[in-house]
Ligand binder design. Structure first.
Ligand code: TRP
Length: 332
């Protein structure tokens, strides 16, 4: 039996890179697996957050996932802090996690920067909370981006350490499903950088909330080169911006770069961009519209999160009781 768990941080400015790299994968997985999807607000507060932004972003991310096709009946979607067992299990797991393992985490080093003594304990313990998220549901598979691979390996190590320490076979070792390598979406202005929510120029990204005019304008202004589309993807080498647009077209059309090159070989990018723009509007337009509707109805979105938290919470409570018994913690 497989059970999938994945988490996403509540951030604003969700863009095409998030959609193609993560969101769309979740939508596909829910058809074949039991899926639990979590908006990890407790992870978000490992770095300073404005409270109003945090609330808004939690709802916005939920709206985007629902608009993109996550069905709250088929899977469980909720925000982490509504199920307090995540924090409780994080403490328990922290007690079986050696400091040496945490000291290896590259993301902590990056985020903490030069003044490591000033970094919060939460930022340091971030991967333990992530392990708790996954293990609380005894999940077997975890779809994550490449940047989370190390954290997932740590989750496996923590699961193994707990099982060994208590002589049980309670936690399955969660398997990574690394996503997104094939659909790395780069900035529309600079093919060397990933499309990013924090890029100062809004022209660098297609936001999931962009309307048809904005999509068309940004694609028209996207950087390319003067050469036509090549016959094969080999002809895109050293042409980062051209390769990016071909890649985006291929991902949206759910085909490969070979097909796209074959179809448009010899055409200029000015012409290709019109096709890309039509395709992007057709795929993203309805999602943007639905996000708009959901954002206007926070009561509905909050209701989805509450119901998701109830369902997740029932499983979490049951598992935490079992874990407390394994450890020898008296419970009510
Ligand atoms: N750390 C993940 C990220 O930043 C988010 C996350 C939190 C997560 N808990 C998780 C992902 C559990 C997968 C499973 O992308």
């Amino acid at each position: 039996m497989s059970r999938i768990f994945s988490g996403v941080q509540p951030t604003g400015n969700l863009h095409l890179g998030n959609y193609l790299g993560a969101i769309r994968n979740w939508v596909a997985l829910q058809e074949d697996f039991e899926c639990i999807f979590c908006i990890v607000d407790l992870h978000a507060i490992t770095q300073p957050q404005d409270p109003d932004d945090l609330r808004a972003h939690t709802r916005e991310v939920t709206a985007a996932y629902i608009a993109a096709g996550i069905d709250p009946e088929k899977c469980i979607i909720f925000n982490q802090s509504m199920v307090p067992e995540h924090s409780e299990l994080a403490w328990i797991l922290a007690c079986t996690t050696p400091l040496g393992w945490l000291n290896r985490m590259t993301q902590f080093k990056e985020k903490a920067g030069k003044h490591r003594e000033n970094a919060g304990l939460g930022l340091y313990a971030y991967p333990v909370l992530m392990a708790a998220d996954i293990l609380l549901y005894r999940a077997t598979h975890v779809p994550v981006g490449d940047d989370q691979k190390q954290h997932l390996e740590l989750s496996r190590d923590i699961a193994g350490a707990f099982n060994r320490q208590y002589g049980v076979d309670y936690f399955p070792l969660p398997e990574p499903r690394i996503l997104g390598a094939a659909t790395r979406v780069m900035s529309l202005r600079d093919g060397a950088n990933k499309m990013s929510k924090s890029d100062a120029s809004d022209y660098s990204r297609l936001n999931m909330t962009d309307d048809a005019d904005a999509i068309a304008l940004k694609i028209r202004k996207a950087r390319t080169d003067a050469d036509p589309l090549p016959e094969t993807p080999a002809g895109l080498e050293g042409r980062a911006e051209a390769a990016n647009l071909v890649g985006i077209y291929a991902a949206l059309a759910e085909t490969g770069a070979e097909d796209v090159c074959h179809q448009f070989a010899g055409k200029m990018f000015s012409e290709f961009k019109n096709e890309l723009s039509d395709l992007a509007v057709a795929r993203l337009g309805p999602i943007a519209e639905k996000i708009g509707e959901l954002k206007a109805d926070t009561g509905h979105v909050d209701g989805i999160l509450r119901r998701g938290a109830e369902r997740a919470g029932a499983m979490a409570k049951q598992h935490l009781r079992e874990i407390q018994d394994i450890i020898g913690l008296l419970r009510p």
